[in-house]
Structures are given as structure tokens and as C-alpha cells.
Design a protein around this ligand. Structure first.
Ligand SMILES: *[C@@H]1O[C@H](CO)[C@@H](O)[C@H](O)[C@H]1NC(C)=O
Ligand SMILES: *[C@@H]1O[C@H](CO)[C@@H](O)[C@H](O)[C@H]1NC(C)=O
Ligand SMILES: *[C@@H]1O[C@H](CO)[C@@H](O)[C@H](O)[C@H]1NC(C)=O
Length: 400
């Protein structure tokens, strides 16, 4: 009986929304500004505004939009829960671009715009830090958000109200790499001796099969390209087309080659309609020594603009010089591609005050790992990264 009633209604159930949508889109297109040809993908947020240049300004009324109860937190970065000092001050700074305003993300509007679309992050733990801020921000608009770990994702969430997935694929070098133990003359496998084989032309398994799933992708690599992760006695050895590259490459030359191959792989394999970002380096703020030499970041305020070169210009040979060096290689690799650059380095260089430092949530953590002057407290600086990324994505989607 009920079936019969529904059947004649059925065409109307479909047609009515379509009609409403049609009328609505007519009015929208009448009022919308004339947008440039959709083929032009490289457009900035607004032709006059560079979101990456500006200054931090104190705004005592500013509040983070999520707190320590967000289920997507990673313990070591959950600075409210770990009772980090200064969290109020850390979150009272607002990034002010030179020629425009950067509002905090409106998660309802953003998810509504993203409906039926997916965003993926690929790279190292600084992209996980970024993702965690994004998930906690978006969850404000959809408390039904569920953990999501498919297609090789390390961490992620599905937002059922909007049918949106946002996830992170861990691939610290982007290229595939694996530990290769050394075999002794007798054929025994040594436990501790060996090399890390990097196939410069093969993407890591973790993101090998995601090409069609995401509408927006944010790539990064950089923080693992150092001798603390891969010491000289356990070096990276680079392979291309399955053969070792001879003569062996230095680490930075290997990075250049990996970037070249990964960029061209992405250009070739990922559909042209996918919005592709490359995030530049997140700066570290170890003061007085490296992470394993009692390096510390107990600062109460952001750095001054005049201090930045002393800290970060590679010619000053400071502890944290690598960020700008690696950025140059990345800049070269993505020049003349349709990647959009997320240049979060400069704005983050100021924020020596905003790392977890000694408040890591575990008593022995500092003794074992040293202070964390690399990742960021959440809520904190990555929330500004989210404001910028969501503004850029929104801009592109509105242009479609
Ligand atoms: C959810 O989004 C996916 C695209 O990511 C789409 O294929 C699917 O049809 C959507 N589901 C619903 C119920 O709209
Ligand atoms: C990717 O997908 C292909 C085809 O479905 C499959 O053969 C391959 O094993 C997958 N690779 C990974 C790393 O999951
Ligand atoms: C770090 O500090 C501890 C305790 O003050 C000290 O014993 C140790 O020698 C220091 N390590 C370095 C590398 O300076």
C-alpha cells in the first residue's frame, strides 16, 4: 500500500529539488561575479592579497574553536591537556596578512562547500600536525565525525553530515624506502648494519592508490632529510629503475631527485581537476643546541621580524637552518607545474613560543627525546595554516 503511494510521488521527489536548484542557480549566477575561465587554475586567494606575508598581532578576544576533548588529538601535541603554560597567550596571536583579513575558518560553511568531496594530506608528521588541527576544527560542525583509516591512510576522519573525508597518508620521504640489512660473508643477516634503500621513482605504498579519491591534496616532505634520522652509518642509498645510482648521491642530491620524480609522477597520475598544494617547510626552534643537545624553546613571545634571519638564514649556520635550504629545492622542483605553494614557513618562523617544548604529557619524554621544538601545540599555529588552506580551497571551489 505504502509502496503504491510513493511511486507516483517519486518523480516529483526528484524533480522538485532539481527545479528549486535550477531556479536557485539562476539567481546565483546572476549575482556571482564573472569568473575567469575554469582552465586557469593558478589563481591566488585574491589578486591583491598574499596570505603568507604579514605580521602577528595580539588579539585578547581570540579563542581557538576546539579544545582538549577533540578525539583526534595526538597526546604529545594536546597542550591544554598536558597543561602547557601560556596556552592563552599562544592562542591570542592572530596572523594579519599585509593587505587583507584572514578570518578563522567557519567549519559549517567550509564543510558545506566541500560536500561530497575529500581532502588528503601526504607527507611527514608535520602534515599530521596540520591534519589534526583540521580534523578538530571541522568536527565543530559535525560531532558525528568518525575515525577513518582506509586506502593506506594513517589517520583521518569522515564527516557524515557532509559526506566529506579528510585524511593523512604517512610517507615521510614520499618515495618508497626500506631498511636493507647487510649480509655478512657467511650469509648471516646483521641486525644493526645496513642501509635504507630509496627508490626515487616509486611512490611509497601508503599513497600509491589514492589518485582518484581526493579532490584536494596537500604534499610535503623535508623533516626526515637529515643525519639525525638517517645517520652516516645507516645511510640512504638511492635507486632508480631498480638499479643503484652510481656514484652514490649525497642526501640533498637524493632529495632533489626524489622531488623531481615525485612531482612528475603526481603531474602524470593525479587527475588535472584535483587541486594540488605543496606545503613548504615548518621551521623548528631549537635554541642553544639540537634536540639531543638540550636544545630548548621556552619562549613567551613570538620572535621579532628582525631576528628571523639570524635564526634561519642558512649562511648563519644556525641549528634550524635546514628549512630555508630545503624550501629552495622544493621551489625549484615545482616551478612550472600547477602545484599551488603553501608557503607557511615565514609566518611560522616567528612562533618560537608555540611548540610543546617540555609539556609532552609523559614524565620521561623530555629525558628521552629532548624538548619538542618542532611540532606545534594544538590548538595553536597549525590552526592558522588551516585558516589559510581553507580560504584557498574555498576560493577555488567558488571559481568552478
Ligand atoms: C559521497 O561522496 C562520494 C565522493 O567522495 C560520492 O561518490 C558518493 O556518491 C557520495 N555519497 C552520497 C550519499 O552522496
Ligand atoms: C594499488 O592498486 C593496484 C591495483 O588495484 C594493486 O595491484 C596494487 O597492489 C596496489 N598497491 C598498493 C601499494 O596498495
Ligand atoms: C644536557 O643537560 C644535562 C643536565 O643538565 C647534562 O647532564 C648534559 O650533559 C647536557 N647535554 C648536553 C649535550 O649538553
Amino acid at each position: 500500500m505504502q509502496r503504491k503511494l510513493i511511486r507516483p510521488l517519486f518523480p516529483w521527489l526528484i524533480l522538485l529539488p532539481l527545479l528549486i536548484f535550477f531556479l536557485y542557480s539562476l539567481t546565483v549566477s546572476l549575482h556571482a561575479p564573472i569568473s575567469p575561465s575554469p582552465k586557469i587554475k593558478k589563481i591566488s586567494a585574491s589578486p591583491t592579497c598574499n596570505l603568507f606575508k604579514g605580521h602577528w598581532s595580539r588579539d585578547p578576544n581570540r579563542r581557538p574553536i576546539y579544545d582538549e576533548t577533540c578525539p583526534f588529538h595526538r597526546n604529545a601535541w594536546n597542550c591544554f591537556r598536558n597543561q602547557r603554560e601560556n596556552m592563552g597567550t599562544i592562542n591570542s596571536w592572530k596572523w594579519v596578512p599585509q593587505t587583507c583579513d584572514l578570518p578563522q575558518i567557519d567549519p559549517f560553511r567550509f564543510l558545506d562547500l566541500m560536500r561530497n568531496r575529500n581532502i588528503g594530506f601526504v607527507g611527514d608528521s608535520l602534515n599530521e600536525n596540520f591534519l589534526t588541527s583540521f580534523l578538530c576544527s571541522l568536527r565543530v560542525a559535525d560531532l558525528g565525525a568518525k575515525k577513518w583509516k582506509r586506502k593506506g591512510a594513517w589517520k583521518g576522519a569522515y564527516f557524515p553530515t557532509f559526506n566529506v573525508t579528510v585524511a593523512y597518508h604517512r610517507a615521510v620521504l614520499l618515495a618508497k624506502y626500506k631498511w636493507q640489512p647487510k649480509y655478512s660473508a657467511s650469509g648471516d643477516q646483521s641486525q644493526s648494519e645496513g642501509v635504507y634503500r630509496v627508490d626515487v621513482d616509486i611512490p611509497a605504498d601508503d599513497w600509491a592508490n589514492i589518485t582518484n579519491f581526493y579532490d584536494v591534496l596537500v604534499f610535503n616532505t623535508g623533516h626526515w632529510w637529515g643525519y639525525d634520522k638517517f645517520p652516516k652509518e645507516k645511510p640512504l642509498v638511492f635507486y632508480r629503475a631498480g638499479q643503484p645510482i652510481v656514484p652514490a648521491l649525497e642526501m640533498m642530491d637524493g632529495l632533489k631527485l626524489v622531488l623531481k620524480h615525485m612531482v612528475s609522477h603526481i603531474q602524470k597520475e593525479i587527475p588535472g581537476k584535483t587541486l594540488k598544494f605543496w606545503r613548504l617547510q615548518s621551521p623548528r626552534h631549537f635554541y642553544g643546541g639540537e634536540w639531543n643537545q638540550n636544545g630548548s624553546c621556552l619562549f613567551n613571545e613570538p620572535l621579532e621580524e628582525s631576528q628571523l634571519d639570524i635564526w634561519f638564514d642558512p649562511s648563519n649556520n644556525g641549528v634550524n637552518r635546514e628549512a630555508r635550504t630545503i624550501n629552495r629545492l622544493i621551489d625549484e622542483a615545482i616551478r612550472d607545474t600547477d602545484f599551488e605553494v603553501l608557503d607557511l614557513t615565514h609566518l611560522s618562523e616567528f612562533r618560537a613560543d608555540a611548540h610543546p617544548a617540555i609539556w609532552l604529557g609523559r614524565q620521561d619524554a623530555v629525558a628521552v627525546w629532548g624538548q619538542d621544538c618542532m611540532h606545534w601545540c594544538l590548538p595553536g599555529v597549525p590552526d592558522t595554516w588551516v585558516d589559510i588552506l581553507s580560504k584557498l580551497i574555498s576560493h577555488h571551489l567558488k571559481m568552478e
